[in-house]
Design a protein around this ligand. Structure first.
Ligand code: FAD
Length: 478
């Protein structure tokens, strides 16, 4: 049998959460050889949202190593050399096909075994494919999905090969809207198709959506709503030539991009971990139902304290923060096994005196001790995760942010005329007389901070009319 490798910590998945987790481990002073990241991608963790934005620019496109984590949140880039320096093993192009949590072992497609003491599951999501629903012709060439950098490279090659051609975008969510814009600025003639009455219906109100649909129309993008793709035509080479819609229309197409949603990658753990709402159930420290197993990012269904509800969140901000929270907690748990903390050391891990401090950073125990002290003072960094949902998107010259919960009544404020020179508008969501969510297009950084604060504080509102009049000024008073 093939060689077996052992690590104190294994992060399964090499995406956004994995990269931020690695940085947190390094901060807390992980020893060389203790931590491995196993990823089926061939590159070190990077900021995935770039793939549908800067990566597709016709000029000056973002390329690695430009957007490795942690640049997305204003931090230093973790280049492959960084992992080497820290003694963190990046095990790339390696797909795990079996996870046995009882024996703490992972098996790769090539048959290697990886053993761990603590596992952090960060497998993210995969795209839902039209072939999953048996859509006729859906395996033709020229039909693209976008999740990983390999997908983006194939799409870039097609965009270059089909300049001036016709593109059809299937789906009106994040991916659909960002890809519609990206293909349009690459000189493709774009048509978008989605079944709902307006784009991004899971978040946008009809008023918000009307702005984006109008803006896209002004850019020459055609939008077909209320129907779906039911089949594809292709030529003798197997290249897609047309999209057939349920309402009978047929759209010529040289490129099709499908963005119809994702699904968390939890199958490896079926029957081994408790699940909830399609994800792996965790507590406020991202511990799963199995000992020494954590789940973070897109796969975790965690207690969203603010709303007293279990939720799964598929957004980059949460993937970063959940990773940091899990690592802080996992490190503390391990430090507590050491004798000096009054604990025990069942696994023979290095005792505090053995813990070196690479590059003069704080050692694991020092940091954990400080945190434990802080926690006993009630101001610790080990409080339960208390997340304020934050989503954003960018396309063309537009940029929006959303904080909080999109439930209850809504008011729309500001200038949402898609033909305005400088449109700027927003929406508040009001539930039980309090503002619980806020959306803003084209906000400054201070204004975005203000709407975040409102969503966190949940101030009461007297009248919806008054709130509409006040608009952004309401948020700025908090
Ligand atoms: P991922 O970043 O998806 O990483 C999962 C990793 O696990 C991948 O490397 C994958 O290859 C690996 N993996 C999975 N299974 C295995 C296995 N069996 N063996 C080995 N490796 C495995 N969010 C926003 O908030 N704003 C945005 O603008 C935005 N834009 C996006 C644009 C695109 C194109 C995409 C795809 C997503 C976007 N998101 C955005 C969502 C955001 O990127 C995700 O929420 C985030 O990446 C989740 O982080 P993660 O670490 O949980 O998963």
């Amino acid at each position: 049998s093939m060689a077996e490798k052992r690590f104190k910590y294994v992060i399964l998945g090499g995406g956004v959460a994995a990269g931020y987790a690695a940085r947190e481990f390094a901060k807390l002073g992980v020893n060389p050889g203790e931590l491995a990241i196993i990823s089926k991608e061939s590159v070190a963790p990077y900021e995935r949202p770039a793939l549908s934005k800067g990566y597709l620019f016709p000029q000056g496109a973002a390329r690695l190593p430009g957007f490795h984590v942690c640049v997305g949140s204003g931090g230093e880039r973790l280049l492959p050399e960084w992992y080497t320096e820290k003694g963190i093993e990046l095990i790339l192009s390696t797909e795990i096909v079996k996870a046995d949590l009882a024996s703490k072992a992972l098996t790769s497609a090539a048959g290697e075994t990886f053993k761990y003491d603590t596992l952090i599951i960060a497998t993210g999501s995969t795209v839902i494919r039209l072939s999953d629903f048996g859509v006729q012709g859906a395996d033709a060439n020229g039909i693209f999905y976008l999740r990983e950098i390999d997908d983006a490279d194939k799409l870039v090659a097609a965009i270059q090969a089909k300049k001036g051609g016709k593109a059809v975008i299937v789906g009106g969510g994040y991916i659909g809207l960002e890809l519609g814009a990206a293909l349009s600025i690459n000189d493709l003639d774009v048509t978008m198709v989605y079944p709902e009455p307006w784009c991004m219906p899971r978040l946008f109100t009809s008023g918000i959506a009307a702005f984006y649909e109008g803006y896209y129309a002004n850019k020459g993008i055609k939008i077909i709503k209320g129907t779906v793709a039911v089949g594809f035509d292709s030529n003798a080479n197997g290249d897609v030539t047309a999209v057939k819609l349920k309402d009978g229309r047929v759209l010529e197409a040289d490129i099709v991009v499908v963005g119809v949603g994702g699904r968390p990658l939890t199958t490896l753990f079926k029957g081994q971990l408790e699940e909830e709402k399609g994800g792996i159930k965790t507590d406020g420290f991202f511990k799963t139902s199995a000992p020494d197993v954590y789940a973070v990012g897109d796969v975790a269904t965690f207690p969203l304290k603010l709303y007293n509800e279990l939720r799964r969140v598929e957004h980059v901000d949460h993937s970063r923060k959940s990773a940091e929270q899990a690592v802080k907690f996992a490190s503390r748990v391990d430090a507590n096994y050491n004798p000096i903390g009054g604990g025990h050391n069942p696994r023979g891990w290095p005792t505090p005196n053995d813990l070196s401090s690479p590059n003069g950073e704080l050692g694991l125990l020092q940091t954990a001790d400080k945190a434990a002290i802080k926690a006993s003072e009630g101001v610790g960094s080990f409080e339960e995760y208390d997340y304020l949902p934050y989503f954003y998107s960018r396309a063309f010259d537009l940029s929006w942010q959303f904080y909080g919960d999109n439930v209850g009544d809504t008011v729309l404020f500001g200038d949402n005329d898609p033909s305005s020179a400088k449109p700027k508008f927003g929406t508040y969501w009001i539930k039980d007389g309090k503002v619980v969510g806020a959306f803003l297009e084209s906000g400054t950084s201070d204004e975005n901070k203000a709407i975040a604060k409102v969503a966190r504080v949940q101030p009461p509102v007297e009248s919806l009319d008054q709130l509409t009049q006040q608009g952004l000024a309401f948020a700025s008073t908090f």
